[in-house]
Design a binder for this molecule. Structure first.
Ligand code: SF4
Length: 616
């Protein structure tokens, strides 16, 4: 059945770990990971609570294919209420810990309450212990990982932990697993810190043995692997360049948000691209990219492992950063580079190392610094506020200094840790925060990719590319090409991407497979592994159910159709260059049709009929 049918419930207030049966009725409706954990969260907490109160819960959830032989079957998600946005939060990560949780015999771990003193969870198959973490508190992700590995002397121990950013109250802190894989967005790490939970260390040796029809499963997963091996993006583009394959492509179509989204093309894009990561640096004759890397069970291997020039100003005399570590993926390269006007690849890589070392979401950090740079340019803030840091756009020095301060919650970094919405509100310029529902944009300007404007505005966790990646069709032509500059057909396209993505995010598979797979390729893998009726259609319907459930959570948290909007800059200020020159995002042309297609009222509220049809 692929599910282990077991949940570990960890009450941090009482210091108790208890096993309980998975609700199989919900599993058949919501599959796993994002969908199933959202259902648990929705049923178990009041969405109106303070996200950082002990009443919030934090769920680490696998999907039914996590830990199996399916390609990319190593994903897990962290689900909670976000302290950054007040919405439902669900951040997905790869690496190895998801598969380890599953191999230890658990579908998910639900953390509730708050420990009196810092603790970590040690989980070895059915043995679950909460142990004192006083010596780990105040330590970075990398130090925590090293200390726990030293203590247990087990190289296969998998660790997810928060760093100093979360402890210091940064509202967009991540949970980092396996040193540099991140459940990065929406501040899930901040919630973990609020529970005094420093880390989760897992060792699982039980295997995932209960596949419903093993021969059929092997056949379906082999067929899937063949498709990935033949698809140009999954066999060449991603392994060679990682997601950084996008940098030059997106810049070319004029959708590269630059200098806090004032511009749509970045003159330094080539210097920070995937191609540039391969080139030997003149300074030390080594390339930035050391190797690519794969998460558990992945046949794509899009991960980047990078090395910074030892003489670069950011790490000169800091040998602890001379080793190879997690390198730039596209969103981070954009947020730490183009959005700040910085084209120093090594500085970006260093900032990315720090985001991993102390658990920061590089997208929100970069976007918040971009907003601060614009406030600085306008003279709204000055050196007396920044602590003497010159925040001129393009300054690699400012990037390096600010990421260090934010990671430790010191000086001006304390203010950057609030995110751009709170920062811009504080200084009287809310219009400079490039956010939806309080969460910062990723790396696609919706003036040049119209569908992405709708995807951002309606995303249930605030601006996000991973909730409905219409870029795939509008720019890359997958599964079929649509015109990025037209709004026609985009409501249906965005809805289809959103529902399909919710299904993939609930399976245990990586969404990057969808550059080659459709739900037609995924459905046989799930059907062979899991009890129940799993087809392309039923998965799509399940995705729609998840989308509506998340919407209901947000509605109960006080978020409404009024929040389905974009910053004025994207609706009023036309793109200055590129193919979209003269265009704004025409959200108003898409939103009513989108609501209609979803079966929602004109105000964006799911109707009773829609909820009944989906069984929400
Ligand atoms: S495609 Fe990339 S992110 Fe996805 S599982 Fe593979 S290595 Fe990890």
């Amino acid at each position: 059945m692929a599910w282990t049918q077991k949940i570990l419930r960890v009450n941090l207030t009482q210091g108790r770990c208890v096993a309980e049966a998975l609700n199989m009725q919900w599993a058949k409706q919501y599959l796993g990971q994002r969908g199933l954990a959202s259902k648990y969260l929705y049923e178990e907490i009041d969405p109106g609570i303070d996200a950082l109160s002990p009443d919030n819960k934090l769920i680490m959830a696998t999907g039914p294919l996590t830990g199996t032989m399916a390609a990319t079957g190593g994903r897990y998600s962290v689900i909670t209420k976000s302290p950054l946005t007040g919405t439902i939060a669900c951040s997905n990560s790869g690496g190895f810990i998801g598969a380890e949780i599953k191999n230890a015999g658990w579908d998910m771990i639900i953390f509730e309450g708050r420990a009196e003193n810092p603790v970590y969870l040690y989980l070895e198959n059915e043995r679950a212990e909460l142990l004192a973490a006083d010596e780990l508190w105040g330590k970075s992700v990398w130090e925590t990982d090293a200390q726990l590995h030293k203590k247990y002397q087990d190289p296969l121990l998998r660790i997810a932990t928060i760093g100093r950013a979360a402890e210091q109250g940064c509202l967009y802190a991540a949970v980092i697993n396996d040193l540099h894989r991140a459940a990065g967005r929406s501040g899930v790490g901040t919630v973990m810190a609020s529970k005094n939970l420093k880390a989760v260390a897992v060792r699982g040796t039980l295997g995932v043995g209960n596949i419903r029809d093993f021969p059929a499963f092997m056949q379906a997963t082999e067929a899937g692997k063949k498709i990935l091996a033949e698809g140009p993006v999954t066999s060449v583009g991603l392994p060679t360049y990682g997601t950084q394959v996008l940098m030059n492509v997106i810049n070319e179509v004029g959708a590269m948000p630059t200098r806090n989204m004032q511009d749509v093309q970045f003159e330094g894009a080539e210097q920070i691209s995937g191609e540039a990561m391969h080139q030997r640096r003149p300074s030390d004759n080594h390339p930035n990219l050391t190797t690519n890397a794969a998460c558990f069970g992945c046949t794509i291997a899009c991960g980047r492992i990078s090395t910074i020039d030892h003489g670069h100003f950011s790490i000169e005399n800091k040998p602890e950063y001379w080793k190879a570590s997690g390198g730039l993926e596209y969103e981070a390269a954009w947020a730490l580079g183009s959005d700040l006007g910085v084209d120093d690849l090594d500085a970006l890589t260093y900032a990315n190392f720090i985001c991993n070392e102390d658990g920061l979401d590089p997208i929100t950090f970069g976007s918040t610094l971009a907003a601060a740079m614009e406030l600085y340019k306008l003279g709204v803030i000055d050196d007396s506020i920044t602590g003497g840091i010159d925040l001129t756009f393009g300054s690699a020095q400012a990037l390096v200094k600010c990421v260090e301060l934010t990671a430790k919650g010191e000086g001006f970094g304390k203010q950057l840790g609030l995110g751009s919405k709170r920062l811009c509100d504080k200084f009287g310029h809310p219009e400079l925060s490039m956010t939806v529902k309080g969460q910062e944009f990723p790396a696609y300007d919706p003036r040049a990719i119209q569908g992405m404007g709708l995807a951002y505005a309606t995303s249930n966790r605030g601006a996000c590319h991973l909730r409905g990646y219409s870029v795939s069709s509008e720019v890359l032509g997958v599964p079929e090409k649509t015109d990025p500059l037209t709004t026609e057909g985009k409501p249906a396209l965005v809805k289809a991407f959103q529902d399909a993505t919710a299904a993939v995010d609930s399976s245990g598979l990586c969404v990057f497979t969808t550059f080659s797979w459709t739900l037609k390729d995924i459905a046989p893998q799930i059907a062979a592994a899991c009890e129940g009726e799993w087809s392309e259609e039923s998965l799509l319907e399940m995705g729609e159910r998840i989308w509506n459930l998340e919407r209901q959570f947000n509605k109960a948290a006080g978020i409404s159709g009024k929040d389905d909007t974009l910053p004025k800059r994207l609706l009023k200020d036309a793109a200055k260059t590129g193919p979209a020159k003269g265009r704004v995002n025409d959200l108003h042309k898409m939103l009513p049709e989108y609501y209609q297609l979803r079966g929602w009222s004109r105000e964006g509220v799911p109707t009773p009929e829609t909820l009944a049809r989906l069984g929400v």
